[in-house]
Design a protein around this ligand. Structure first.
Ligand SMILES: [Zn+2]
Length: 249
């Protein structure tokens, strides 16, 4: 069932998982240049939001071959600027603060439902596992540890959705990683700026009270992002969110 994910205009789960190594550090020199040029084309509006990117035409225009161009595409995908639609190609995608905020709100409601359902199935093994991750997430993030923190964070939330045993929720919440990737790219180090209580969520799940678990997750998701959105609004208003790398990070 791909439809709900496509309805958000977001990449399918396949591309979500295969994008992991798209950080700038692993790019070839040519791909780094192409990434910059593509960003310029997107910003100037020559590649318009929602438009499909013609790989052959772009390779010719940017005087390159398709291999490094694909590399640059992947990097921009992981930054949330491009989106791959299975069988259709790669599209230009730029988010507004409002859009990302909407995604987080939807996440809060759906994950609260997942937490509610999880109370009926959660085992002691599950709880110990979640407690271990929550304790890890409560530690200060070491320099350069943002990526690892993000992976662990997505893992924590995904586990609860899995425990809920709802395949539909699992599919609908595939975009969690995308939200975190977009935010991490825009404002590096932002994870460290907000208290982010995961142990409280585990305690609520351990009570096996559906209402408490639902409420705990509701209170956890949206408030967690509150300061991030405040700082994004200062920088971008209601306009498009652009990755920090473009502002000479
Ligand atoms: Zn969280």
């Amino acid at each position: 069932m791909r439809l709900p994910v496509a309805a958000f205009g977001l990449p399918s789960d396949n591309s979500t998982t295969s994008r992991k190594k798209g950080s700038n550090g692993s790019l070839s020199t040519t791909a780094v240049r192409l990434r910059q040029e593509l960003i310029s084309l997107i910003l100037s509006g020559e590649i318009a939001a929602g438009r499909r990117l013609d790989q052959r035409q772009l390779a010719k225009r940017l005087k390159t071959t398709t291999a490094p161009l694909r590399e640059a595409f992947s990097a921009l995908e992981s930054e949330g600027m491009l989106v791959r639609q299975q069988g259709l190609g790669v599209f230009c995608r730029i988010y507004t603060v409002l859009e990302v905020e909407e995604m987080v709100e939807i996440r809060g409601v759906l994950e609260a439902l997942a937490a509610r359902r999880a109370t009926a199935h959660i085992s002691e093994v599950n709880l110990n596992d979640l407690r271990r991750i929550a304790a890890q997430l409560a530690k200060p993030i070491p320099a350069g540890g943002d990526q690892e923190y993000m992976d662990l964070h997505v893992d924590f939330h995904k586990k609860i959705v899995q425990i809920s045993r709802s395949l539909r929720l699992q599919e609908l919440l595939e975009f969690h990683r995308l939200i975190d990737v977009i935010l991490a790219n825009i404002v590096p180090g932002l994870w460290g700026t907000e208290p982010h209580d995961h142990l409280g969520v585990v305690d609520a799940l351990a009570s096996r009270n559906p209402e408490s678990a639902e409420q705990a997750m509701r209170n956890h998701v949206a408030p967690t992002y509150h300061n991030r959105f405040a700082s994004l609004r200062v920088r971008f208003g209601e306009g498009l969110i652009l990755p920090a790398t473009m502002h000479g990070r």
